[in-house]
Design a protein around this ligand. Sequence first.
Ligand SMILES: *Cc1c(COP(=O)(O)O)cnc(C)c1O
Length: 370
Amino acid sequence: MTTYTDLNTSERILLGPGPSMVHPRVLRLMTTPLVGHLDPQFLTVMDEVQELLRFVFQTKNEFTLPISGTGTAGMEAALCNFIQPGDEVLIGVIGYFGERLCNIAERYGAIVRRVDKSWGENFSPEEIEAELKKKPAKLVGLVHAETSTGALQPMDEIGAIVHRYGGLLVLDCVTSLGGLPVKIDEWDVDIAYSGSQKCLSCPPGLAPITISERAREVMHERKTPVANWYLDLSLLDNYWGEERTYHHTAPITMIYALREGLRLVYEEGLEARFARHQRHAEILWEGLEGMDLTMHVPVEYRLPTLSTPRIPEGVDDLAIRKQLLNEYNIEIAGGFGKLAGKVWRIGLMGYSSRVENVTLLLAALEELLG
Ligand SMILES: *Cc1c(COP(=O)(O)O)cnc(C)c1O
């Protein structure tokens, strides 16, 4: 008879593009006994999670909740609820996740117009405006923090431009929420989503999403039913809103986890948290540059949460990553798509963003490359 041993995975130091390390307080909370998903005590937990999500998204949007599923479920919900077949959608592609936005939008029948820039760059407001001038779009999709390249998309003026041309703005905040400023109301973003396992120090499994009143109206005016029943936000609204109508069983334990992850953000304070992410990223960059590694993204729009040093000439990408994992218990990732074999991707997100992790990684790399 086959025997199955106790699960015995290593305690890794997760410095890749996600999942990042789960805060011990979150892990502890995940052993809390379950209550029912319509238990009055759970309803209070749901309310608190929504309040805390509004806090990290920096928004007053009433429609703010965690979708059951990973970041990609948030991505899909952000598109399928607003797209009707034949709608014009404009997607800015500066890396892999922009490509995924195009792919999903096409599957829901959108006419997708994609604008590409090279992997590692971002768009200026003028470039977005020029595209909309050529032809308006019902939806404009951008990635705030492109995890495949390490580039930040500045958002200061883009919301106003998209609205001037009558569109809705969708923003992927998976690698930014909880790690760098995400100002949904100030930037006038209509639909934004994230994931629990990047900068929020939780396991993968939930996708926070927030929807503006403008977007909510568009959603309610649609003529055809949303092609995805599970991610139909108006049905989810009936569960998370006043009615509390059963839609699907909420992943109770994950909601507990998210509440604790968000409570940690609240206790630390947004400014202090962003400063911590920035500080540790700067220590990493300085250390890498000290070893003659160059960074792929210019410092002006380099993500503090995901760094992409170029792999030096003659260095075996895979061998180094294997050694980091096997000898130091450290996970980092390689580049992929257009950056495969060219960069490493080093994440410093949430609980992973600690000085001891940076110091250990730098020491290990020094030994392996030296
Ligand atoms: C990780 C990531 C996603 C996808 O999230 P999953 O949790 O893997 O489904 C989407 N967009 C960006 C920018 C990401 O980094």
